[in-house]
Write a protein that binds this ligand. Structure first.
Ligand code: COI
Length: 358
């Protein structure tokens, strides 16, 4: 049975229309589970009945040990943000893109793709039910995490007999601990690759994210925020960072690695390409050698969680290249960050029709 979501209308300081207030210090939001929103959405899929579900309190999922996802990893996820806008709305950014990407990932992992209307209803219901967890404008966002999981039991290798679509949410601030506008230090990974041609690097499969931890944790110990992966075939070209896509800037030319199946098709990546062109840059989706990256004027990364993050330095084989002034975001990264966030928060025009009021 489907539960009717409550309305989204709230005061700008996080009070829900039903009087609920989130007990959150909005000035101290990090990117984590400290402020988990109280309601989540859960639907199950059985081949005989299709998708059925609704809202319920955030809490544990009951799974059998033989659940496919626990044994063989049938799992894709999404990342999205609901934000308060300059016009006083709560808005989502291009949710149709996330719906489409989840569907594509589901196909790759032999899962039933949730139809876009099911996905969008799940996301909108979750935001509406947790509207008091959407931070005041400029303080952060309500991060949404849709999961598609093969939750039915199985023993031999095969697809699950049933699936769950779960959407939970948390109030979050900047992704990197140093804050949104502090440039991050990255190091080129020389031992491991993130994805290989013909693999599933182009999907948001959960399995793409745990193998990066071994290198990410080592990099963090050495003072880097994250690592940049090179292509598995030639060890020459930039692919992406563990948590985000990557762009280089040289003069008026912005380059980002092309989508060839090994790179996550980021919604922010796609949007930044369009926005940068509108701002007058020449944007190329083309291979970027690590040598070229070390000679770039600027590097920045993009992602839903990361937004746009200037890269302060890139280290490759012990050589460190500094971009811009230490501690200050570089020019193009800042310009694109400002243009993107203005658009995402309805502070300017929405020429592309990317904003969806909740
Ligand atoms: C996002 O940017 O939303 C992601 O899902 C990346 C994740 C590593 C936080």
């Amino acid at each position: 049975t489907k539960e009717e979501p409550s309305t989204a209308s709230t005061s700008g300081n996080g009070e829900h229309s039903n009087g609920a207030v989130a007990n959150i210090n909005w000035d101290e939001l990090g990117f984590g589970i400290d402020h988990m929103a109280p309601m989540m959405y859960r639907a199950t899929y059985h081949p005989s009945s299709g998708w059925e579900g609704g809202l319920e309190p955030y809490g544990p999922l009951q799974l059998e040990p033989s659940a496919q996802v626990l044994n063989y990893g049938q799992s894709v996820f999404e990342g999205m943000k609901a934000q308060r806008s300059a016009k006083g709305n709560i808005v989502l950014f291009r949710p149709d893109e996330n719906a489409a990407r989840m569907m594509a990932g589901a196909e790759r992992l032999s899962m039933p793709p949730p139809p876009a209307d099911v996905f969008l209803d799940a996301v909108l219901s979750t935001v509406r039910a947790n509207a008091h967890y959407v931070p005041p404008r400029g303080k952060g966002s309500l991060y949404l995490r849709p999961l598609l999981l093969g939750t039915g039991p199985i023993l031999g290798l095969g697809p699950a007999p049933s699936y769950s679509l779960v959407v939970y949410a948390a109030a979050v601030g900047a992704y990197f601990k140093t804050g949104q506008l502090t440039p991050i230090d990255l190091v080129v990974e020389e031992r491991f690759h993130r994805a290989a041609p013909g693999g599933m690097g182009g999907t948001k499969a959960a399995g793409n994210y745990s193998p990066v931890l071994v290198v990410q944790l080592a990099a963090k110990k050495s003072g880097y925020a994250d690592v940049v992966y090179l292509d598995a075939k030639t060890d020459t070209y930039l692919e992406e960072v563990s948590s985000c896509n990557i762009f280089t800037v040289k003069g008026n030319v912005i380059k980002t690695p092309p989508l060839a199946g090994t790179i996550l098709p980021g919604v922010t990546r796609k949007s930044v390409i369009q926005l940068a062109r509108q701002l007058g840059y020449e944007v190329q989706e083309a291979n970027v050698t690590v040598t070229e990256a070390m000679e770039a004027d600027e590097i920045f990364t993009t992602g839903t969680a990361v937004v746009v993050s200037a890269v302060g330095s890139l280290t490759h084989r012990g050589q460190k290249k500094q971009f811009g002034e230490p501690g200050k975001p570089t020019k193009t990264a800042l310009r694109i960050y400002e243009a993107l966030t203005a658009l995402q928060q309805e502070a300017g025009e929405d020429p592309f029709g990317w904003i969806v009021p909740v």
